[in-house]
Every structure is written in structure tokens, then in C-alpha cells.
Design a protein around this ligand. Structure first.
Ligand code: HEC
Length: 106
């Protein structure tokens, strides 16, 4: 093996090694898909246009938790009309991308 091949192999192996445990989601795609979510979930005071309820902080939560929460809302396993409405049209890929975005944000 010549040096170029060795360097490429090392780079490829390094690339594999630094993948996070949940690697399916694309955080950049998730940022675009999460725009509607931010109206509620990006509020630093955890309040929104309906001040009678507070909004949980999703930024920085584990991707695996966000994925299971969103699927549960979407599939009606976790009852909440507002979040069901927000999750109802999301595909598994959308959910994984959005989870990657929120997991990587504050
Ligand atoms: C109209 C305001 C609003 C919008 C828009 C909204 N959410 Fe929510 N979200 C809430 C509220 C309120 C809750 C708390 C629901 C509950 O008690 O189960 C919640 C809960 C959640 C949770 C569970 C958090 C936890 O700690 O268990 C996740 C994950 C979540 N939302 C993600 C999203 C995503 C992703 C979007 C966009 C697709 C979104 N939300 C859009 C208001 C909103």
C-alpha cells in the first residue's frame, strides 16, 4: 500500500470512528424542518403565544429520546393535541433529522 492509499484509509477509518452513536439524522436538514417548532421550543422563557402553558426545552436532549417522543406524539401513543398536530405529518427521516438538530443545539 502506498502512502496516499494509507492516508485515505486512515481518513476513512477516522471518519467512521467519530460518527455519533445515533448517526441517522442530518442536523442541517433538521434545522430547516424544525422551523415551525422553534416558534414554541426556542423561547428562552419556555412560554409562547399561549401563555397558559409552558413548553419543554428540547434543545440539547438526547436524539434517541427526541425520536421516541416525536414518534409517540405522531402515532398517538403520547396524547397531546398540539404536539400530535405538529408531528402528524413527519416521516421517520424527518424525525431523525429534527432530533439530530435539537440534540446538537442548546
Ligand atoms: C404551539 C407550540 C408548539 C409547537 C409549534 C411545537 N411544540 Fe413541541 N411541545 C409543545 C408543548 C406544549 C409540549 C409539551 C407536551 C406534553 O406535555 O407532552 C411539547 C413537547 C415536545 C416534545 C417532548 C419534550 C419532552 O421533554 O418530553 C418534543 C420532543 C417536541 N415537543 C418537539 C417538537 C417538534 C420537533 C416540533 C416541530 C415539528 C414541535 N415540538 C412543535 C409545544 C409545541
Amino acid at each position: 500500500m502506498n502512502n496516499v492509499a494509507r492516508t485515505c484509509l486512515a481518513a476513512a477509518l477516522f471518519g467512521l470512528a467519530v460518527q455519533p452513536a445515533v448517526a441517522e439524522g442530518d442536523a442541517d436538514a433538521g434545522r430547516r424542518k424544525a422551523e415551525t417548532c422553534l416558534g414554541c421550543h426556542a423561547s428562552p422563557t419556555a412560554e409562547n403565544v399561549y401563555p397558559m402553558y409552558r413548553v419543554p426545552k428540547v434543545g440539547g436532549q438526547h436524539a434517541a429520546y427526541l425520536i421516541s417522543a416525536l414518534k409517540a406524539y405522531r402515532d398517538g401513543l403520547r396524547p397531546h393535541p398540539t404536539m400530535h398536530a405538529n408531528a402528524a405529518s413527519l416521516s421517520d427521516q424527518d424525525i431523525e433529522d429534527i432530533a439530530a438538530f435539537f440534540a446538537a443545539s442548546e
